[in-house]
Design a protein. Structure first.
Length: 264
């Protein structure tokens, strides 16, 4: 861990993802290179070989206590000022780091930088789906053409109708994100974290350009959470943080219906 480092990608890796190599290759291909760290509670020779091939640092922690613990340990795996938790199944377009750090340079009071994103289903990249359109609309109604949100009300408006901040497309100021993720949540731990960051000092910054692709597949944590009914329960709890109970129940029910036709 090198102190004084501006930015690092940290990949919380679990098991032997068939998509990890593509993720690491996309991080190594950035136009503005950043160090790559793999943080894992399931070390293996295979994972060590991937780290060596792609020039990444492998940091082990234990025991395996779930996704929230993995993310908190990943944030602690580097001393970089800014950290992107790069999801092991996803792809980062070559300009991701460059665009993100350009926004950081322009807004030194930022605590979170988000980019636009697309989806990857099999080999097909999609820049538009109904759900992507809804999330962009939520972002537009909060940012109103601006690059940053500074006021608490505006930051919470971004999160009032759902989690409009795409977790894998987020880069965080490390000092504000240590221990940020609740380890008792299974799906909405990012939404919860952004709500708590919204209540504090610092701006949320946005890059409107599409900079990464989030992979949709049946084995993802989100898909597992939807099938188990966990997400519906956690969504209701999040909505109750920003709305009166009757409105929260209606919004949570609308989200639950949307799971039947596609992953939100």
């Amino acid at each position: 861990m090198t102190q004084g480092l501006r930015h690092a990608f940290v990949v919380p890796a679990y098991g032997q993802s068939p998509y990890l190599r593509d993720c690491l290759a996309s991080l190594r291909a950035q136009t503005r290179p950043s160090p790559i760290v793999i943080s894992t509670s399931t070390p293996s020779r295979w994972l060590a070989d991937q780290a060596a091939e792609f020039g990444a640092t492998l940091v082990e922690h234990g025991p395996n206590r779930g996704i929230g613990h993995d993310w908190n340990q990943a944030m602690a795996a580097t001393l970089a000022e800014w950290v992107t938790l790069a999801h092991q199944d996803d792809l980062y377009l070559p300009h991701f780091a460059e665009e993100t750090l350009r926004r950081v340079d322009r807004h030194p009071d930022a605590v979170l930088v988000m980019t636009d994103y697309g989806e990857l289903a099999g080999a097909a990249a999609r820049s538009w789906t109904p759900m992507l359109a809804i999330k962009r609309l939520l972002a537009e109604q909060a940012f109103l053409g601006r690059a940053t949100l500074g006021r608490r009300r505006a930051k919470r408006r971004l999160l009032a109708f759902g989690c409009a901040i795409p977790c894998p497309a987020v880069t965080l100021r490390r000092e504000r994100a240590l221990g940020l993720f609740r380890e008792d949540l299974k799906v909405d731990l990012d939404w919860d974290a952004w709500l708590r960051l919204a209540d504090g000092h610092g701006t949320f910054a946005r890059v409107r350009r599409l900079c990464m692709l989030h992979r949709i597949h049946a084995g993802s944590e989100t898909s597992d959470g939807v099938r188990a009914g966990v997400r519906a329960r956690e969504d209701l709890a999040m909505f109750q943080r920003v709305w009166p109970a009757p409105i929260a129940r209606v919004l949570a029910r609308l989200y639950a219906v949307s799971y039947e036709v596609g992953e939100p």
